[in-house]
Design a protein around this ligand. Structure first.
Ligand code: HEC
Length: 189
């Protein structure tokens, strides 16, 4: 009798725990969507923090500074994308790297974010290479530390003028919409 009681008790304790653990480890689409949001947030916050810490008034901005800021951000985005099986993309209407030129639907989203500053994120879906993806997009705004490289056209560092001949990503002011980050995850079958 005592034994049976203990077994029942153990079940009461461990059964819900087991269910809880299996729910926590199951990679549901909801869990993936949460991780896509976290990735977008992490990358955006990281860029701001690095820009603030590396760019001080009157400090010389070189290719090395860039690599320490946007370069590191790009590497982190690549790592997360690889680990998670996501695709991560930056886009802008006024782009610096032509690879980031907004597509028609991206330009539509950017306009939405620009017009409605209360809209801080947006989910939609997109087809890439014939496959359906869920897309999470988040706007990126200009902060003071960004102006060293995205401020007046004339004050852009030399390496930018030389390397980015199609550059349109200057003339921004603090608070302007700079572009957006999109994290795409394969849509469930
Ligand atoms: C040290 C110079 C530098 C600073 C500071 C800087 N950027 Fe950039 N940024 C660049 C360069 C160079 C590129 C192009 C990178 C590439 O080739 O992918 C770029 C690209 C971008 C892009 C991708 C879209 C595009 O136009 O190609 C975004 C978004 C962006 N920057 C936002 C910011 C924000 C926001 C800040 C401030 C928090 C910032 N940047 C600070 C140099 C800088």
């Amino acid at each position: 009798m005592k034994r049976a009681y203990i077994i029942v008790c153990l079940h009461v304790v461990f059964l819900p725990l087991g269910i809880h653990l299996s729910l926590a480890t199951a990679d549901t689409i909801e869990a993936k969507k949460e991780r896509a949001k976290t990735a977008a947030e992490q990358i955006t916050v990281m860029r701001g923090a690095l820009a603030k810490s590396f760019i001080k008034p009157k400090s010389e901005i070189t290719l090395a500074t860039f690599k320490a800021v946007c370069g590191l951000v790009a590497d982190t985005a690549k790592e997360i994308a690889k680990e998670e099986g996501f695709k991560i993309r930056h886009s802008a209407v006024k782009f610096r790297n032509p690879m980031h030129k907004a597509t028609e639907t991206e330009a539509g989203l950017l306009e939405k974010f620009d017009k409605n500053r209360k809209l801080t994120e947006f989910w939609d879906s997109v087809k890439l290479d014939g496959k359906e993806f869920l897309r999470y997009s988040k706007p990126i705004f200009v902060e003071e530390a960004c102006l060293a490289c995205h401020g007046p056209k004339k004050s852009r560092p030399d390496f930018i003028v030389e390397k980015y001949t199609e550059d349109k990503a200057y003339g921004f002011e603090t608070g302007d919409l700079r572009g957006m980050i999109s994290v795409m995850l394969p849509a469930p079958e």
